[in-house]
Design a protein around this ligand. Structure first.
Ligand code: ADP
Ligand code: MG
Length: 272
């Protein structure tokens, strides 16, 4: 079995582009120190896809997510969401886009520590102008969906890492975003909690949410539609997941996630 090379034009046929990154570069400057975190990323993400982004620490994954999510702006290049150039939006339009169209899930959960699970989940609804009763009802429904219906009154400190991450997923879904950005969502979780997060993300994708996820977790890779490898701020490789054989790393070859994705005819850690 050999891997067929990724043919972007063929893959795009009949698909609706949700995100288009065009020549995205990001340079950070701190004093005399200049870091070229992204060196020109071109990537199209289609509606309904589940894309896993891989790459070693420092390769630019989070920086790329920040650009796609409109949390930061590129030094050069453009990001389009639904063919709208994010650079053309004013502050209010950008806030609307971030609040309504994009959900964010981070490795470290980023919950508000003084708020209950329900308050965390309903906060973005309040920002979006939803009535408090409706927000509460929707918040309870979302917490129920991630298996936390009975924990709505708990604060982050009273929850396990897995429960906090599930709360963060419910919060990300507050305003029914079309795009979910997950930056290493299971990196801090134990195996069972990670599995639960996989299941939730898979179900969300099956229900129509487009997901882009930075991960090395082989269970997530397995359910993805495409895999993208980033190295040194550049896209190194793109593959359609069904063309790639995903294998668990053998002992001695284990990276920090405990899994790797190898292509049959290649050896070694091709992704990192
Ligand atoms: P990854 O998520 O793949 O680990 P990052 O996108 O966080 O990588 O970082 C890419 C590079 O950009 C790294 O060299 C990192 O040190 C640098 N970097 C990230 N954010 C900043 C920042 N705010 N200021 C300066 N350098 C940064
Ligand atoms: Mg990162």
């Amino acid at each position: 079995m050999t891997e067929s090379p990724f043919n972007a034009a063929e893959y795009a046929v009949g698909k609706h582009i949700l995100v288009r990154a065009q020549g995205v570069k990001k340079t950070y400057q701190r004093g005399a120190e200049i870091t070229h975190a992204l060196k020109g990323i071109d990537l199209e993400l289609f509606r309904g896809e589940y894309i896993c982004v891989m790459g070693p620490s420092g390769s630019g994954k989070s920086t790329f997510f920040n650009m796609v999510g409109g949390l930061d702006s590129p030094t050069a290049g453009r990001v389009f969401i639904d063919e709208v150039d994010m650079a053309q939006l004013n502050a209010q339009e950008l806030a609307f886009l971030r609040c309504r169209k994009i959900g964010y899930v981070f490795q470290s959960y980023n919950l508000n520590s003084v708020m209950t699970a329900l308050e965390n989940v309903t906060l973005p609804m309040t920002f979006a102008g939803m009535h408090a009763d409706e927000a509460r009802e929707r918040g309870m429904k979302l917490l129920g969906m991630v298996g936390l219906g009975d924990r709505w009154n708990h604060r982050p400190k009273q929850m396990s890492g897995g429960q906090q991450q599930r709360t963060a997923i419910a919060r990300a879904l507050a305003n029914a975003p079309s795009l979910l950005l997950c930056d290493e969502p299971t990196a801090n979780l134990d195996f069972a909690s990670g599995k639960e997060v996989h299941r939730i993300l898979r179900e969300l994708n099956e229900a129509g949410t487009t997901i882009i996820c930075a991960t090395h977790d082989h269970e997530m890779l397995a359910v993805s539609s495409r895999m993208v490898w980033i190295s040194g701020g550049e896209i190194e490789r793109i593959a359609v997941t069904r063309d790639v054989q995903i294998v668990k790393a053998s002992l001695g070859d284990v990276d920090d996630s405990g899994a790797t994705a190898n292509v049959p005819q290649q050896t070694g850690a091709s992704h990192a």
